[in-house]
Every structure is written in structure tokens, then in C-alpha cells.
Design a protein around this ligand. Structure first.
Ligand SMILES: [Zn+2]
Length: 91
């Protein structure tokens, strides 16, 4: 009888963990675009950011490439690279 009670408690705990992880995931999905990591070319003439580290436009960058979030990139007046916007790479 006591073994059965323990099993039920364990199941409740597993369920609690599962719900906890699900709520964490859904919180992340509320703001996926802004929190995504993007790549910036540190050139003074660069005006865009890239989701894809292998983007052909980013490969042309002869300066340092830095990594930041999309929201920060937008604050610095960067917009999504035209190549990626046209190619529909955004997932
Ligand atoms: Zn790009």
C-alpha cells in the first residue's frame, strides 16, 4: 500500500516537472524573434543583421563579426539582411 502511494507521488512530481518545462518553453515562444541570436558585421558601413552565420552577405564582411540578440541589433538601427529576407531563410 505504501509503495503504491510512493508511486503516485512520483508521478505527480514528474507531471509537475513536465508542466514546469512546458511553461518555460511557452514563455520563450512569446518573444522568439527578439531573443534570437543574430550576427553583425562591425563595419561602420554595415546596416543589417543576420540570423544565419553562414549568410553570403555576412561572409563578405572584412571586419569583426559579433553576436547579439535581434532586439539589440534593432536598437542599433540594424535591419534584417536583404539577402536573408529575400531567400526566406527566416524560420
Ligand atoms: Zn544575411
Amino acid at each position: 500500500m505504501s509503495v503504491l502511494a510512493m508511486k503516485i507521488n512520483l508521478n505527480n512530481f514528474t507531471l509537475f516537472l513536465l508542466l514546469f518545462f512546458i511553461s518555460c518553453n511557452s514563455r520563450q515562444e512569446n518573444n522568439p524573434e527578439e531573443e534570437r541570436m543574430v550576427y553583425l558585421c562591425e563595419s561602420p558601413r554595415a546596416y543589417s543583421f543576420h540570423f544565419d552565420s553562414k549568410c553570403p552577405a555576412l561572409k563578405k564582411c572584412s571586419h569583426t563579426v559579433s553576436k547579439t540578440t535581434a532586439s539589440l541589433a534593432k536598437k542599433h538601427r540594424r535591419r534584417l539582411c536583404g539577402w536573408e529576407a529575400n531567400a526566406g531563410i527566416i524560420r
